[in-house]
Ligand binder design. Structure first.
Ligand code: VGL
Ligand code: ZN
Length: 208
């Protein structure tokens, strides 16, 4: 049973969005090709879904600016621009993504006191989203992960998939993903590899 996890392919992370990832929109046609390839039995997508005034927003911390390090619930927290606020266009999946073919779309980041990069659980590793149980319940043996952003939500989703679903083979599809900074991308890929996540491209995903 093969599954594809599309992480946060939302307007907010594409050019024109509130937290644009360079070339973020370039993943959309690749994600659509993966969706249409017929290689996956199950396709799931995550959506960053913050309440207005979320604690990861610099605007919630007087004197803080986006991309500075701050503190949230006593822990170091990157201060982000306001992004992916529930119910806004910024939070919607990219309009060209073939969302009708997605079996499950799950929202994360709703608790204003903790950020949630991973589609599986929050950054405190406290509250789970239920995605691991869902995928295991469906009998998933292989999970391919891609989307936005490589250095944050894709990275932590792939690492949690490995840790929370022992025995499931996890691969990261590099060309179907984009990240915020070059250093962050390099570090994320290194860390995923180190943990045993295979790094592939979409051509391999569609042929293998
Ligand atoms: C993300 C920063 C803040 C992501 C979400 O989807 O990678 N990054 N919220
Ligand atoms: Zn966010």
């Amino acid at each position: 049973m093969k599954a594809l996890l599309l992480v946060d392919i939302q307007n907010g992370f594409c050019p024109g969005g509130n937290l644009p990832v360079p070339d973020g929109d370039k993943v959309v046609p690749i994600a659509n090709a993966l969706i249409d390839s017929g290689k996956y039995d199950l396709i799931v997508a995550s959506q960053d879904w913050h309440p207005a005034g979320h604690g990861s927003f610099a605007s919630s911390h007087p004197g803080k600016h986006p991309f500075e390090l701050g503190v949230l619930s006593g822990k170091p927290q990157m201060m982000w621009p306001d992004h992916c606020v529930q119910g806004t266009l910024d939070a919607e999946l990219h309009p060209d993504l073939r969302a009708a073919e997605i079996d499950l779309i799950l929202q994360k980041g709703e608790n204003r006191n903790v950020d949630s990069y991973s589609a599986f659980r929050d950054n405190e590793r406290d509250a789970i989203t239920g995605l691991a149980d869902f995928l295991e319940g469906q009998g998933v043996t292989d999970l391919d992960v891609c989307g936005l952003a490589t250095d944050y939500c894709v990275r932590f989703s792939a690492l949690d998939a490995l840790e929370m679903m022992p025995g499931v083979k996890v691969r990261f599809i590099e060309d179907a993903s984009r990240g915020i900074t070059p250093d962050g991308i390099a570090e994320a890929i290194h860390e995923m590899r180190e943990h045993g996540i295979e790094v592939i491209d979409s051509r391999q995903a569609m042929s293998g």
